[in-house]
Design a protein around this ligand. Structure first.
Ligand code: SF4
Length: 396
């Protein structure tokens, strides 16, 4: 990692709160100007621009933790209504721990990344059972909770308890790599450890929560990925990338391989009464615990009709007659893209018996809202509702 254009005027480096890789040379090269800009100028700026958010009006560690989980991969304006509905349904960690997982997933539906909700629920149970209902206030304890990694641990400890732990998320990495013009690949774990050491050294130990929030806010509001507003930035006097006129060149990140795409055949299987078959995904799989229409991935050399019939045979031991291709939905996850091809099917033979033993139900279309579905399945449900209002000749 290179540090460009900075003079090594040493000032005391704070003691790190937990062990990292050895402090790298550029951390020792922090100048007084850096420390002042990062601590004083940044906090003064933050006090003047701090946005009002419901989780900033509380010092309840449970609510601060919940907000941090919701804000992962999610914008503030998207998370906001979910946070309010969730805290209304589960106002305390005890209430969340006591709720059935299905109810929790239903409240989370639409927010995506459902492992966050499942882990939050598991973690709430652990907080109640092991920590007497109090969110742990030490790094060693809080990091044992499901779904809490170094970022969330540092955020909750600093914001809720004032503990000196620096956060390192995408916004903070962008600010740090620009201020120091660090040209190393930020997708490497070595670079991230080094950046964590740098963030720890810069942290204002007297106000760690505000410092962390200020860094994240600066990355979100001023030091944006493609159009940083350097003239209004509290760090512009010490920022190497701004001085070079190349802030957008940082951070440096290796290109990811292209996201794979899969065609999925889905069976909307109706029984003689007109009810639909749904099944619950195994908890240890992607979107675990959510309900879905059965189906699976197209294999080489198969038509989608064949995929649909094979999947229903393999997954549930049933034979179906395909009526028609009802609807298509394209959906993008972080690591893959799918096209769902939903076929309306009549049950011809067999009783649905899930191969992996997961729960199944026959439900009326109006009952689908009582179950938590992944977003792509929910779009199919929307198409079913539209069709119910505008039936085709076949539907009548
Ligand atoms: S001066 Fe510009 S590039 Fe540097 S931290 Fe501020 S906004 Fe980002």
């Amino acid at each position: 990692m290179r540090l460009e254009g900075k003079t090594a005027t040493l000032s005391p480096t704070p003691t790190l709160p937990y062990p990292h890789t050895p402090i790298l040379p550029y951390v020792d090269a922090l100048t007084n100007a850096h420390q002042r800009a990062f601590r004083q100028d940044l906090l003064t700026w933050f006090a003047s621009v701090k946005r009002d958010m419901p989780w900033r009006r509380t010092d309840d560690p449970y609510r601060i933790w919940l907000s941090e989980i919701m804000l992962q991969q999610t914008r503030v304006d998207q998370a906001w209504p979910y946070y309010e509905r969730f805290t209304e349904a589960f106002p305390t960690v005890e209430a969340l721990a006591a709720a059935p997982l299905d109810t929790v997933l239903l409240r989370w539906e639409g927010l995506g990344y459902y492992s966050r909700a499942r882990n939050l629920h598991k973690a709430a149970k652990r907080v109640v059972e092991v920590f007497g209902g109090t969110v742990p206030d030490t790094y060693d304890d809080i990091i044992t909770l499901p779904g809490i990694g170094p970022y969330t641990a540092a955020a909750v400890l600093s914001i809720a308890y004032g503990r000196p732990h620096a956060v390192l998320d995408g916004n903070v990495m962008r600010v740090l790599t620009r201020v120091f013009a660090l040209a190393d690949d930020i997708s490497s774990s070595r670079t991230r450890k080094a950046l964590q050491a740098l963030a720890d050294a810069l942290l204002e130990p007297a106000h760690p929560g505000d410092f962390n929030e200020a860094m994240m806010e600066l990355g979100a509001m001023v030091c944006s990925p493609s159009a940083p507003s350097c003239p209004t930035c509290p760090l512009h006097t010490v920022c190497a990338a701004s001085a070079k006129g190349t802030p957008e060149a940082f951070p440096v990140k290796k290109k990811k391989p292209p996201v794979p795409h899969f065609d999925i055949a889905i069976g909307l299987v109706f029984d003689d009464a007109g009810r639909l078959l749904i099944q619950r995904r195994p908890e240890d799989k992607m979107l675990g615990g959510l309900w879905e229409f059965p189906g699976g991935k197209q294999e080489a050399g198969e038509t989608l009709n064949e995929t649909c019939r094979r999947e229903l045979r393999e997954e549930l031991g049933i034979e179906v007659e395909i009526v028609d291709l009802f609807h298509r939905v394209n959906h993008t996850y972080t690591h893959l893209k799918v096209t769902l091809h939903a076929f309306r099917c009549r049950l011809k033979q067999g009783t649905p018996t899930p191969r992996e033993g997961q729960p199944i139900r026959w439900v009326w279309a109006e009952e689908l809202d009582d179950f938590a579905f992944p977003r792509a399945n929910r779009r199919l449900i929307g198409a079913l509702a539209d069709r119910a209002h505008n039936p085709t000749l076949f539907d009548r």
